[in-house]
Design a protein. Sequence first.
Length: 278
Amino acid sequence: MIPSRPLWWHAVLFACAAPFILPASYAGDLVINEFMADNATTVSDPQGDEDDWIELYNSGSTDIDVAGMYLTDNLGNPTQHLIDTDSLIIGPGDHLLFWADNDTVDGPMHLNFKLGASGEQIGLYGTDGTTLIDSIVFGQQLPDISYGRYPDGSNDWRSMNIPTPGDVNNIGAAGSVDVSEPSRTFTTSLSVTLTATNNADGIRYTLDGSVPTGSSSAYGSALTITNSTILRARAFKSGMEDGPVVSAHYIQLADDAIRTLESNAFKDWVTQKKDWRT
Ligand SMILES: [Ca+2]
Ligand SMILES: [Ca+2]
Ligand SMILES: [Ca+2]
């Protein structure tokens, strides 16, 4: 039996405990980082079910104990699911995965709700059950495409073709570009075609040596090079990082320079022949 305490004792307890409910340093450090509301084949939980999942991320520099915090799929009901365990630490830079499967008998990593693929809410609340730590309201979700922050912890949410449950968010990159003509010399003109290898909506290029950006020229048909040029190109794809930059240097030689080169080469050849005969 708990001995009775005077009222002031409870006040002291509350005053001591309150600062630890949600230290100010948590603000912004602990986030909902990624989730999937329509997991068809991406990942299975330990019980072998392709269940929906929610990833938390600690962007701060100290451990965060999420035991006693709350997760919900209804911001009107912050205490929907208590993370019911003694201690559940997310270290600095670490990710923690919860299964939104309504299978709470499987342990504290399983939540008492599922995510609706047609759109829903996710809220993370502090141990007081009222302090909102992070939330996301989302629309229609597609099978095996997650929705997450990129990079980790940022305010930029996007659909992710490469889901990373429990790991660093990664949106992938567009593929490379094949250039039909390698770096070379030419005299009058050169026709160069660009082909994206994979993962591309298109190609952008420059002819002045600068790195291609989203505002560079869009490649349509073969380029005709008529001057010494540094060609740089890269593929791009919506929702992904731009692909690697490929470069080719084309050096135009004047006709008389070619004749001089050919003439010198001929003289060298004759000299070598002569040397060989002697
Ligand atoms: Ca499950
Ligand atoms: Ca739900
Ligand atoms: Ca992730």
